[in-house]
Design a protein around this ligand. Structure first.
Ligand code: NAD
Ligand code: NA
Length: 395
C-alpha cells in the first residue's frame, strides 16, 4: 500500500515501515561511527521501541555488542492498517541486530503488569542467565496497577494555580496563549502512580528476587527538568511530582542492590520531540526555540546523540559527573546559561508572524513526522510498501 501521514491533534494515526527502518539504520550508523563503548553486555530495556529507550537499545547493541531484550507496548499492522511506529522500529532493530550476529528478543505487552514481568524473568533465565544493565524508559498516560487492577491516569497540570503562557500549534505555526487549570482531586497522586518510581522498583525487585542481576549491575531511568518557562506545567507540576518520586526511588533501589554492588541512577535528558513531549502544552514552543539556538551553536542533539554521549562519557566513561541531587545531567548543553538566556529573550518576542524565523518550527515539525517514519530523507514514499511487517522474535 501507499502510506501517507494522517494526523489528529498531537498524534499521527499512520506510520511508515520503510521510514521507521531508515530512522533505525541512521541511529545504528551514528553509534557505529562513534566507535566502541566498553559497556554492558546483557541489557534489558523497558520502553525500548521509541524515543530514548530505542536509542538506548541501539547504543547497547551497536556500541557494546550487547544482547538486548526490549519491552514495549505497540500495535502490529492489520491488513491495510499500518502498525505503530514502535512496532516497525523494533522489527527493523531486530532485523539489523540479527544480521550483525547480536542476540535481540522483544516482548510486546503491558510492562506494568505481573504477566509481562514474569515473561521477562523467564526469558532472561532461559537465554541470558543475568543482565548487567536495565534501562527504564517507559512513558505512558495510564497504568493499571498490578496488585489492585485499578487504572490510574496521569495528567499534565500545574499545581496550586492556573498557569498561563504561550504555546504553539506546530502543525499550523499558530502561537497563542494557553491557560491550564491546576491539579485537583487525586491528580497528583495518580500521576505519581503512573510515572513515578513504583513500577521501576517492582521491576528491580522482580529481577533481584530471581537472582537475575549480575554483580555490579546498573539501572538507569530517565527524567527531565527544563527551563523556567515550562516549570509550572512541567517540573513543578504533576509530572514533576512523578519525576521527584522517580528520582527518590533511585536511592531506594541502590540500597536494595547493596548485596550485588549494584547502582540505580536517574539521567536527566534533554527536551526532544517525542510522542510524549508533543502532548505537553508550552513545551513545543520551547523546543522549537531550543532547537534553533542549539543548532546555531552547533550543539543540537537528538535521542541517539544524547544516549550515545550518556553511555560513552558518563555511564561507561568513568565520570558520572552527578549533580548535587545525585543525578546524571546529560541535559547539560540544553541548560547552559548562554542557551537559556537566548531562549528567554526569544520567548518574549515569539509570535505567529515571526516564529518561523525565531524558532525552528520546521525542524520541530520534521522531527514529529520522523517519529512516524515520514519525511525521512532517502525514503521513496510513492513506492508500494508492505505494511504487514513483523518482529522476528515474535514470529
Ligand atoms: P516515548 O513515548 O518515545 O517512549 C515510551 C516507550 O514506552 C515506548 O517504547 C512505549 O512502547 C513504551 N510503553 C509505554 N507504555 C507502556 C506499557 N504500559 N508497557 C510497556 N511499554 C510501554 O517516550 P520518551 O520521550 O522516550 O520518554 C522516555 C523517558 O524519557 C520518560 O521517562 C520521559 O519522561 C523521559 N524524558 C523525555 C524527554 C523528552 O523530551 N521526550 C526528555 C527527558 C526525559
Ligand atoms: Na523510550
Amino acid at each position: 500500500m501507499i502510506i501517507e501521514p494522517r494526523t489528529r491533534g498531537f498524534i499521527c494515526l499512520t506510520s511508515h515501515p520503510t521510514g521507521c527502518e531508515q530512522n533505525v539504520i541512521n541511529q545504528i550508523e551514528y553509534v557505529k561511527s562513534k566507535g566502541k563503548i566498553e559497556g554492558a553486555k546483557k541489557v534489558l530495556v523497558l520502553g525500548a521501541s521509541t524515543g530514548f529507550g530505542l536509542a538506548s537499545r541501539i547504543t547497547s547493541a551497536f556500541g557494546s555488542d550487547a544482547a538486548t531484550i526490549g519491552v514495549f507496548f505497540d500495535k502490529p499492522a492489520t491488513e491495510g492498517r499500518p502498525g505503530s511506529p514502535g512496532y516497525y522500529n523494533t522489527a527493523a532493530f531486530e532485523k539489523h541486530a540479527h544480521k550483525a550476529g547480536l542476540y535481540a528478543k522483544s516482548i510486546n505487552g503491558d510492562a506494568f503488569s505481573n504477566e509481562i514481568k514474569e515473561q521477562v524473568v523467564n526469558l532472561i533465565k532461559e537465554d541470558l542467565g543475568q543482565v548487567d544493565l536495565v534501562i527504564y524508559s517507559l512513558a505512558s498516560p495510564v497504568r493499571k496497577h498490578p496488585n489492585t487492577g485499578k487504572r490510574f491516569k496521569s495528567v499534565l497540570k500545574p499545581i496550586g494555580e492556573v498557569f498561563t503562557n504561550k504555546t504553539v500549534d506546530f502543525h499550523t505555526g499558530n502561537v497563542s496563549e494557553i491557560s491550564i487549570n491546576p491539579a485537583e482531586g487525586d491528580d497528583i497522586a495518580n500521576t505519581v502512580t503512573v510515572m513515578g518510581g513504583e513500577d521501576w522498583k517492582m521491576w528491580m525487585d522482580a529481577l533481584q528476587a530471581e537472582n537475575l542481576l549480575s554483580e555490579g549491575a546498573t539501572t538507569v531511568a530517565y527524567s527531565y527538568i527544563g527551563p523556567e518557562v515550562t516549570k509550572p506545567v512541567y517540573r513543578n507540576g504533576t509530572i514533576g511530582a512523578a519525576k521527584d518520586d522517580l528520582e527518590k526511588t533511585a536511592f531506594e533501589i541502590t540500597d536494595d542492590l547493596k548485596s550485588i554492588n549494584g547502582n540505580a541512577y536517574v539521567s536527566v535528558n534533554k527536551a526532544l520531540v517525542t510522542q510524549a513531549s508533543s502532548a505537553i502544552p508550552v513545551i513545543p514552543l520551547y523546543i522549537s526555540l531550543l532547537f534553533k539556538v542549539m543548532k546555531e551553536k552547533g550543539i543540537h542533539e537528538g535521542c541517539i546523540e544524547q544516549i550515545e554521549r550518556l553511555y560513552s562519557e558518563r555511564l561507561f566513561g568513568g565520570d558520572l559527573a552527578l549533580d548535587d541531587k545525585g543525578r546524571i545531567r546529560i541535559d547539560d548543553w540544553e541548560m547552559r546559561e548562554d542557551v537559556q538566556a537566548e531562549i528567554a529573550e526569544l520567548w518574549k518576542k515569539a509570535t505567529t508572524e515571526n516564529l518561523s524565523e525565531l524558532g525552528d518550527l520546521e525542524g520541530y515539525s520534521n522531527e514529529f513526522f520522523n517519529l512516524f517514519g515520514f519525511k525521512v530523507a532517502g525514503v521513496d514514499y510513492d513506492a508500494d510498501v508492505n505494511e504487514m511487517v513483523s518482529i522476528p522474535s515474535e514470529q
